[in-house]
Structures are given as C-alpha cells and as structure tokens.
Ligand binder design. Structure first.
Ligand SMILES: [Zn+2]
Length: 414
C-alpha cells in the first residue's frame, strides 16, 4: 500500500512538471466499411467509425468524417461492421470454468475465444452457474487481464425440491457440481432472491417444477415479486407449454426456451404474449443438437414445431433475444441463425435480437446495442454482408470491446 502511494506521488509530480495532466487520447479509425448503425435503417457504405478511448466519437460517410493524423487505422474495405453481439442465454457451468479465480489467464482467454469472441459475442447473460466462480471470471475480464465478453448473470437458478440431477449425471454432462438452491416455499424464495441480488446477480432464474419434483405453491410468484421490487429481470426455464403460460401470467420477463416436445402453443399463450410483451430466447438449435442421435425425420419434426412457436411468438408481439443455451448447447451459433431464418425472421430482425433488442430489454441502450456517438465501441467486423447471405454471420474478422480488439480471425490457409 505504502509503495503504491509513493508511486502515485512520483507520477503526479512528474505529470505536473511536464504539464501533461492527461495522456494523449487513443484513437482508432475503422475505415471504408459498410456500417449497420442499427438494424432498422440501411447501412452506411464507405463509412468510418472513430473510437476515442473506447467510445465511439464519430460515425459517417468517409468524406464526412475527418480521421485525425495520430489515429491508428484498420482498413476494412469490403468488410461489414455491426454493434457487438449478445447471447442472452449462456451458462458458465461446464467443468472448464471451475477455479476461474486462479486458472491461467491464457487458458481462460482461449476458452472465451472458443465459446464467444470468435463468434462476435461481446455481451452474454449467464442464466445459472456457480455465481462466486462466474464473478471471479467476470472480474478478471473487467480488470483487463483476460479478453472476454461483458458477463451478466442470474447466479444460481432456483429449483424445486428434489429437482437437482445427481453429481454423477452432472459429471457425465460435463458440468460442475451445482449448488442450486432447492426452494421449499415462498418465504424461502424471497430470501434467496434478496441474497442473490445483494451479492451482485443482475437477474433471477427460475426452473419450472416437474411432475416428479413440483415447485411448491407461491414460489414463482414470490421470486418474481422480489426480483421486480429490485428492478431485475426474471428468466424462466419451461418444460412445456403449460409452464410458458403459467410463467407469463406470473409476470416472468424472459422465457428461456421454446418447448417443441410438448407440441404447438395454444391461443391462451399467444394472448398472454400480446398482453405482456415478454422476451424469448428461442434456443432452436438446442433441440436439433439434442436430436442429433435420433432419426433425421424426428429432428426435423422437432425443429418444425420450435420454429412454428417462434413464428407465433413474433406474430403475437413478443420480443426475441438471441440465445442458444451455449454451454449446454454447442458453441457455434450458425445453426441457430439458419433456424431463425426458417422461422421467417429477416436479417434486420435477427440483428436486432443480437444487438438493440437485448440492450433495450436489459436497460443498456444508452451504452450499447447501436453504433452511435457516445456509445461504447463494442463492435463486430464481418468479412462480407450478412444481409446478402446469412452465412456471413459466421465470418467474423474482428471483435472489439470498448475499442479493444479482443478477437482477430487467423489468416486464411494458403
Ligand atoms: Zn439454459
């Protein structure tokens, strides 16, 4: 402590003597790109983005933006830039994340690249993991020691008594042991939610009970009431359409999955969507991933039911937040993009689910989600235009967080 005070004092003296109270700003210019400033308007062609100390300070046509001589530049002719992408349904519960407090930085960097940054994800919502462990990971990212996405987390989700898989099953699934609270009643639920939010969780995750392990009466209502009193969103994992309807009527904010295994959704669900305007992380690719061992026709039928549910959700006026259950699902989001298109979503709608929709839904739209002056420079650079060909969403060249390049695509093979 004493040493750092001396260092600070010496530094202050030096800067005072040199008359340089502040270091020169760091300016990065992204030049000559096609820029989707937000999903609702056509892109700027031959555009320039200036980033000063991590914040967007200019965006426009290249003849309208003067690039300062001291700026570092990234030439992006033929490339496309969007706001950084969100995956609003992920989990840091695989064994690879255990011991995040002390795991080697290089290894965590590689794991975060494999799971998120190589796909352009700059923000993720973790909706159940060991919160103390995930918090350690988040803190190491935020300190700049390792490169990764912004992490928001619900911490450990609330489950019904007897609903937890055994340690043996968790281990077979590749997951850490789960200290998820088994909730015995409404008061217990309120206490758990209070403690979790006090401990820094930014939302609450509830797992609907099952017939063999039902959630005690009043638990879901109590947890939602306490989360909302604290201004936090509630995510609910449904097992079937009845759970979706129950959760919507109880006031859950985000439905964690479509539910293709219980058949089509009914009119009561769509009426509740229209009334409440909740959000859905569709996780369409999760079902085809689970069905990978089944006959082709079985997987196709499940995918068709899930895409129909998503189509109905949108038609009823629900919000769509891109979410794949990464950690329980495979990491590559391409299959999810294709299935969203099969459900009838356009490129601007898919881009909104990845950028502006989550930032609006989670109250971050003054900081993230669109490319505007004053916003943090969380950006993705694609090799070609995903509006022309959806596969371009898989062609990430750079991922930037607050103006720092946190992923660069390897050079193509010769
Ligand atoms: Zn999940």
């Amino acid at each position: 402590m004493r040493l750092s005070i001396i260092v600070l004092a010496v530094a202050a003296t030096f800067f005072a003597a040199a008359g340089a109270a502040k270091p020169a700003p760091d300016i990065l210019a992204l030049k000559d790109a096609t820029i989707y400033v937000n999903p609702t308007i056509p892109p700027i062609h031959n555009g320039v983005i200036l980033i000063t100390d991590g914040v967007i300070t200019a965006v426009g046509k290249k003849n309208a933006v003067a690039v300062p001589r001291n700026a570092r530049t990234l030439e992006l002719k033929g490339f496309v830039v969007t706001a950084g992408l969100w995956n609003s349904h992920v989990h840091f519960f695989e064994r690879k994340w255990a011991g995040a407090e002390s795991a080697p930085a290089e290894e965590l960097n590689q794991q975060l690249t494999d799971m998120f940054t190589r796909f352009g994800f700059t923000s993720v919502f973790d909706v159940t993991s060991d919160w103390q462990n995930t918090k350690s990971l988040r803190d190491r990212i935020e300190s700049g020691e390792i490169d990764g996405p912004h992490i928001r987390s619900t911490g450990a989700g609330l489950v019904a008594p007897g609903a937890l898989p055994s340690d043996q099953i968790l281990n077979m699934m590749g997951l850490m042991k789960a200290p998820l609270p088994e909730v015995t009643g409404p008061e217990h639920a309120t206490n758990i939610v209070t403690q979790s939010i006090d401990d820094g969780a930014e939302g609450v995750k509830l797992f609907a009970g099952r017939s063999d392990a039902p959630m005690p009466d009043g638990v879901i209502d109590a947890a939602i009431a306490e989360a909302h009193r604290r201004g936090k969103p509630v995510f609910l994992h449904p097992n079937n359409g009845d759970d979706v309807l129950f959760a919507l009527n109880a006031g859950a904010d985000v439905i964690g999955h479509t539910t293709p295994h219980s058949g089509n959704w009914n009119d009561a669900i769509f009426a509740a969507i229209t009334e409440k305007r909740p959000a859905l992380t569709p996780t369409l690719s999760l079902w085809t991933y689970y069905a990978r061992h089944d006959r082709e026709s079985t997987g196709a039928k499940i995918a068709a039911t899930a895409t129909k549910q998503l189509r109905g959700w949108i038609a009823a006026g629900g919000v769509v937040l891109f979410g794949t259950d990464s950690g329980a699902n495979q990491y590559d989001p391409m299959n999810e993009y294709r299935l969203m298109m099969e459900a009838g979503m356009s490129f601007p709608e898919i881009l909104a689910s990845l950028t502006s929709a989550p930032t609006e839904f989670f109250g971050e739209s003054d900081r993230l989600g669109v490319i505007e002056v004053g916003r943090d420079a969380d950006l993705v650079v694609f090799g070609s235009d995903p509006a022309q060909q959806i596969n371009a969403l898989g062609d990430i060249r750079y991922t930037l967080r607050s103006g720092k390049i946190i992923y660069t695509a390897p050079p193509p093979h010769q």
